[in-house]
Design a protein. Structure first.
Length: 145
């Protein structure tokens, strides 16, 4: 069984999460005993992993899917039944996406917590375990300030 890192998203002031938790494989170039990298490197890796997942979803959407009754019911409950069959041709520039994520962190739009320890410096060393939990906390700006 391969080790994974769980990623959670939260928005301050909201109980409901904006995204379901997801997992990424533990980086194969890190040791299982708590190897370190910088927060900048970690965010970069996560953004790149999510871009690849997006591209794979886009590729799958090109094909028409035959849905089971349970899949239709579950999709209808969420508000959208999608059988695919189209090429949205959405391009993502990896370098721009990474730069935007890093800039958003520097601008204070979100915080990062790893195994309940908050990090505020992109060049800080972070230590990952095979079962680490990374939480991205989106900050909500107050109006009228």
């Amino acid at each position: 069984m391969s080790s994974t890192i769980t990623i959670t998203t939260k928005v301050l002031g909201r109980r409901k999460r904006i995204l379901d938790d997801w997992s990424i494989p533990f980086p194969p170039d890190l040791d299982d005993d708590g190897d370190s990298l910088t927060l900048r490197d970690l965010i970069t890796r996560i953004v790149i992993e999510q871009i690849e997942a997006f591209r794979q979803r886009q590729e799958r959407r090109k094909f028409i899917a035959v849905l089971t009754e349970q899949q239709i019911d579950a999709a209808a409950e969420k508000g959208k039944v999608d059988m695919g069959g189209r090429d949205l041709n959405q391009k993502v520039d990896t370098d721009e996406a990474v730069a935007a994520a890093l800039q958003a962190f520097e601008d204070g739009l979100y915080l990062v917590s790893i195994d309940a320890q908050e990090y505020r410096d992109l060049d800080a060393q972070v230590f990952l375990q095979p079962d680490s939990r990374i939480t991205f906390i989106r900050l909500v700006m107050l109006a009228g300030g």
